[in-house]
Design a protein around this ligand. Structure first.
Ligand code: 13P
Ligand code: SF4
Length: 301
């Protein structure tokens, strides 16, 4: 990619100079995902791999909650996020005070918190989950009822797979909430035989009409395993671009939706992050200790 080669060369040199690694989420653009990232994956994989990083500096090419999770799990490292505005509509949908009020309203009911939340919210929670392990986390608690927040649709999609009663919050992902069952029906009409894969942040009626639902890593694995002739990934646009590179024989059908937060990360601001040591991710130590417990409890499952 000649248009990107200046930034790519500079980033590769800066990584060596600063002993840095780049962790990139599956929604990052292909030039980040394929040309400069050292570790790629879904939220769960990025959390696990962040813990094992030996380098001095971690650049998180993803959104802010992912960078916070990396800092929680490897607090001695310098963790940088190239754009502090890379947020998440789910993380913005709930505060630590909301959780304290929920505890008063449902005393004794464990609180399972999606990793797409701030460290302050994690700190008030019993355990975290990701889209890749939510069912296992809920069932690991051995109780009849849990609160699962903030993603209402993820909670409803997990409730459909378990006997555990789930009390949900009303947060939504601004990207996945836009897909509809009518989109799927139209796709099936236009592209006979297409396999439809939906992220569990999609509304339950979308997941019900899909052929498979799973985390971004699970969708990517599905394509590798099942090798569908035609596939549509009902998720963020860069997923198809990134997965398609390894599967030239598979016909990837779009539409897709862009996450404006993920798209704030660019080669230019990754380069600037390494050159100028910005933006440092910091977490109040008192919050960090409690938030880390919730994340580590999840990782122990
Ligand atoms: P995954 O954990 O499935 O990668 O999802 C993260 C995310 O932000 C989805 O919108
Ligand atoms: Fe948040 Fe949705 Fe963007 Fe994922 S895709 S980071 S859940 S807004």
């Amino acid at each position: 990619w000649p248009a990107f080669s200046d930034d790519i060369d500079a980033i590769l040199a800066l990584k060596r100079e600063r002993n840095a690694v780049i962790l990139a989420h599956n929604y990052q653009t292909p030039e980040i995902f394929h040309c400069v990232a050292d570790i790629v994956g879904d939220s769960l994989a990025l959390a696990r791999r962040a813990m094992e990083v030996d380098a001095d500096v971690i650049v998180l090419a993803g959104v802010h909650f992912m960078a916070e999770t990396a800092k929680l799990l490897n607090p001695q490292k310098t963790v940088l996020i190239p754009d502090l505005g890379a947020g998440c509509s789910l993380a913005d949908s709930i505060t630590a005070e909301d959780i304290r009020l929920l505890r008063q309203r449902y005393p004794g009911v464990p609180i399972v918190t999606y990793v797409n939340t701030s460290a302050e919210v994690k700190a008030e929670s019993d355990i975290c989950c990701t889209s890749g392990n939510a069912k296992a986390v809920v069932e690991s608690l051995g109780v009849a009822r849990v609160i699962m927040l903030p993603d209402e649709y993820l909670a409803q999609n997990i409730a459909a797979q378990t006997d555990v009663e789930i009390i949900a919050w009303q947060g939504h992902c601004e990207v996945h909430e836009r897909f509809t069952p009518a989109d799927i029906r139209q796709l099936r009409e236009d592209h006979p035989g297409v396999s439809v894969l939906a992220h569990p942040e999609c509304p339950p009626e979308v997941v019900a009409e899909a052929d498979f639902s799973g985390s971004t890593a699970a969708m990517s694995d599905y394509v590798g395993r099942e090798k569908p002739a035609r596939v549509v990934l009902m998720t963020e646009c860069s997923m198809s671009d990134n997965v398609a590179v390894a599967h030239p024989e598979v016909d990837f059908i779009r539409p897709c939706d862009l996450c404006p937060h993920m798209k704030r990360i660019t080669l230019a601001n990754i380069r600037a992050a390494l050159e100028q040591n910005r933006h440092l991710v910091t977490i109040d130590p008192q919050v960090a200790d409690r938030a880390r417990r919730a994340v580590e409890r999840m990782l122990a499952i």
